[in-house]
Design a protein around this ligand. Structure first.
Ligand code: AMP
Length: 296
């Protein structure tokens, strides 16, 4: 080992046509493409997806704050943007290309000119979809476009956004996108708070109490593992823990089937526990798996 720093070669590409030409050249030589779609402000959670995607020969990370998935009242303008730092994180984690289009590139004519959208209403009506009614159609539409532009063999999504992962899986299956969707575990701070680009909005006081969301979900999972079969009891337990903490306003807690996302009443098999809490202007979401005691 010389100890010399080796510069990582990474291309930042703003143009879909240019990106496709680069990737077509890679594919012609038999190289596989792995893809990680993001909205930037990359953290260790995103980096773990990029590392997982490095099973492919060429790893593309997209950085695009998608206006279609934000309601007018939401934080589109304030959403953190840090492309130079993102490129560095992507490169260190094994990406070879960062696709960073502007809004005009993704939506020529502007976001209001988009006439075709993709939606999975049956999976998008509850939880995040209930709180953010236009969100998942915006997510599906941009992910469909990105999959068409990138043409990956594998695409990586975080379980942090579990409902999004389920919606994307279904969209890909229903529309026969030629891509394998791979879900990756949630990376957390040492105190359990899920890493999120939105954590930077938290005040010091809010940051100190924010892990209550994860604690409540864990308590729910432990109750299920300990024999609790009533989903309502689990919901009440999780809600009471969140409501007992200062500063947080409960948006929802849910106990649902991990594939259909249907709310459950009696817990007989593996399920997923979900929660969303507002801390001031910051809305945090999280989820954990739960398995009834004795069930494998
Ligand atoms: P975002 O930039 O927030 O749209 O997220 C891009 C991808 O990173 C999505 O698939 C997220 O689920 C995933 N992601 C976000 N936070 C985490 C985390 N803490 N651990 C693992 N994956 C994450």
């Amino acid at each position: 080992m010389s100890g010399a720093t080796v510069a990582v070669v990474i291309a930042t590409v703003p143009s879909a046509v240019e990106l496709r030409a680069m990737l077509d050249a890679e594919r012609r030589t038999g190289r596989t493409v792995g893809f990680v779609p993001t909205m930037g402000a990359l953290h260790a959670g995103h980096a773990s997806l990029v590392r997982a995607a490095s099973a492919a020969d060429v790893v593309v990370v997209s950085v695009f704050v998608n206006p279609l998935q934000f309601a007018p009242s939401e934080d589109l303008a304030a959403y953190p943007r840090s492309l130079d730092a993102d490129v560095a994180v992507a490169a260190e984690s094994g990406a070879s290309i960062v696709f960073a289009p502007d809004e005009q590139e993704m939506y020529p004519g502007g976001r209001d000119s988009v006439l075709t959208t993709v939606a999975v209403p049956a999976l998008a009506a509850t939880m995040e979809g209930a709180s953010r009614p236009t969100h998942f159609a915006g997510v599906c539409t941009v992910v469909a476009k990105l999959l068409n532009v990138v043409g990956p063999c594998t695409a990586y999504f975080g379980e942090k956004d579990f409902q999004q992962l389920a919606v994307i899986r279904r969209m890909v299956a229903d529309l026969s996108f030629p891509v394998e969707v791979i879900g990756c575990p949630t990376l957390r701070e040492p105190d359990g708070l899920a890493l999120s680009s939105r954590n930077v909005y938290l005040s010091a006081e809010e940051r100190a109490v924010a892990p209550v969301l994860q604690r409540a979900l864990r308590a729910g999972a432990e109750a299920v593992a300990g024999g609790q079969r009533g989903a309502d009891e689990v919901r009440s337990l999780m809600a009471s823990i969140i409501e007992a903490a200062p500063l947080g306003a409960l948006d929802y807690v849910e106990v649902a089937d991990p594939t259909s996302l249907e709310a459950l009443s009696v817990l007989t098999g593996p399920c997923r526990l979900f929660g969303a809490v507002r801390f001031g202007r910051t809305r945090l979401i999280d989820n954990v798996a739960a398995v009834p005691g004795g069930v494998r």
